[in-house]
Design a protein around this ligand. Structure first.
Ligand SMILES: Cc1cc2nc3c(=O)[nH]c(=O)nc-3n(C[C@H](O)[C@H](O)[C@H](O)COP(=O)(O)O)c2cc1C
Ligand SMILES: CCCCC(=O)C(=O)O
Length: 373
């Protein structure tokens, strides 16, 4: 397998205290200074012409918040019920691969930071730290991160079952099955950069064969179908979240197959270019599901007002992907905590200004859509 060409050596000297974080955007700028440009392109990039990647963020421009006033309420309460648990806020960390390319402490640093706020970290199947080590890193804390495990179902059912068992044994509380990747998206930046595999010394630790210790490649399986979801349903007692639902008909099928939640996502614009921005696909999925299971969303969430918009349009919670990688690369564990604190503070302020005390107070009528730019 080709390794990554040597590029700049990111500066990893002892980080001075980066100070407070005022804007999420600052993290990306700081990360750019520290990351190998090839890895930065892998994190930042999308498929094809990156139309969907851009749309994920810009689509929020077409929505306006119609606030209510004189509703009082004092302190905001961001607590969110999801899959039988109470999260401190409606924000999850979406699964992203290869955190050790962002920071030497990788997924362990991410998990500790997520633990500090006690929300959900969806650990990628393509994590560069084994799920057991991620779980151990957060064990001693009383405000632990809740770990969910993201799965690319593999054609080898025995191996898939063994990965699911590992996730269960490590204490993961849900299985997030990615269904938008029957084949890998075509990503021009990575092709140009020759980034086809992890550099020496890193691997997808969750792909280690329990018997041989050999690390398998992740297979994007074009035979994946609803029968395999039924098989998974019968294989695990963990709640199953389908990640990568965009079509309302698929959302209805998800409900019919006993899935516990759907995550409206286009994989951060990295799979099929030309699909709608996640926020634009959300309302039809919410309508199709009709409250029977929770609907989550990721893609382009960068501000508290983006979270507010998604919740008002019917999402129960949202995920963030790239911002976590920028935070990790820029400031390590502290950066990820600062990012989550910033999103929480921005959401609380936006809710206060919009007259909502709790997420449940955010309703469809508070959003005007198709506002011309
Ligand atoms: C560098 C990178 C790696 C990703 N790796 C995975 C992955 O391993 N599994 C997965 O289901 N989604 C993966 N995703 C998609 C994210 O879970 C999420 O859907 C997306 O990043 C959300 O959009 P955002 O980056 O605009 O927040 C990845 C995204 C990025 C940017
Ligand atoms: C095999 C790694 C998959 C990571 C991924 O899902 C992505 O880059 O979007």
């Amino acid at each position: 397998m080709p390794s990554v060409p040597a590029q700049v050596t990111p500066s990893r000297t002892a980080m001075a205290d980066p100070g407070p974080l005022h804007r999420l955007d600052d993290l990306e700028a700081e990360a750019r200074l520290r990351l190998d440009p090839v890895h930065r392109d892998f994190f930042a990039g999308g498929a094809g012409d990156e139309r969907t990647l851009r749309a994920n963020e810009t689509a929020f421009d077409a929505y306006r918040i119609l606030p209510r006033v004189l509703r009082g309420g004092g302190e905001r309460d961001l607590r969110t019920e999801l899959l039988g648990e109470t999260l401190p806020m409606p924000v999850l960390v979406s699964p992203t691969a290869f955190h050790r390319l962002a920071h030497p402490e990788g997924e362990v640093a991410t998990a500790r930071a997520v633990g500090a706020v006690g929300t959900v970290l969806v650990v990628s199947m393509a994590s560069t730290t084994p799920i057991e080590a991620v779980a151990e890193a957060i064990e001693p804390s009383d405000r632990s991160a809740r770990l969910w495990f993201q799965l690319y179902p593999q054609p080898d059912l025995g191996f898939t079952a063994s990965v699911v068992s590992r996730a269960e044994a490590a204490g993961c509380r849900a299985l997030v099955v990615t269904v938008d990747s029957p084949v890998f998206g075509r990503r021009d930046r990575d092709l140009r950069n020759g980034f086809l595999d992890l550099p020496p010394g890193y691997c997808c630790e969750n792909m280690r064969d329990p018997e041989t210790g050999r690390v398998r490649d992740i297979v994007m399986d074009a035979t994946l179908d609803w029968a395999r979801i039924e098989w998974l349903r019968a294989t695990t007692r963990l709640p199953i979240v389908l990640k990568g639902i965009l079509h309302p008909a698929d959302a209805r099928l998800a409900v019919a197959h006993g899935v516990d939640a759907v995550l409206v996502s286009n994989h951060g614009g990295r799979q099929l270019d030309g699909v709608p921005a996640s926020i634009d696909a959300l309302p039809a999925v919410v309508a199709a599901v009709g409250g029977r299971i929770p609907v989550l969303l990721d893609g382009g969430i960068r501000r508290g007002t983006d979270i507010l918009t998604a919740l008002a349009l019917g999402a129960v919670a949202v995920g963030v992907g790239r911002p976590v990688l920028w935070a990790l690369a820029a400031r390590g564990e502290r950066g990820v905590s600062q990012l989550l604190d910033l999103l929480r503070a921005e959401l609380a302020r936006a809710m206060t200004l919009a007259g909502a005390v709790r997420p449940a107070d955010l309703t469809r009528e508070m959003i005007l859509d198709r506002v011309p730019g």
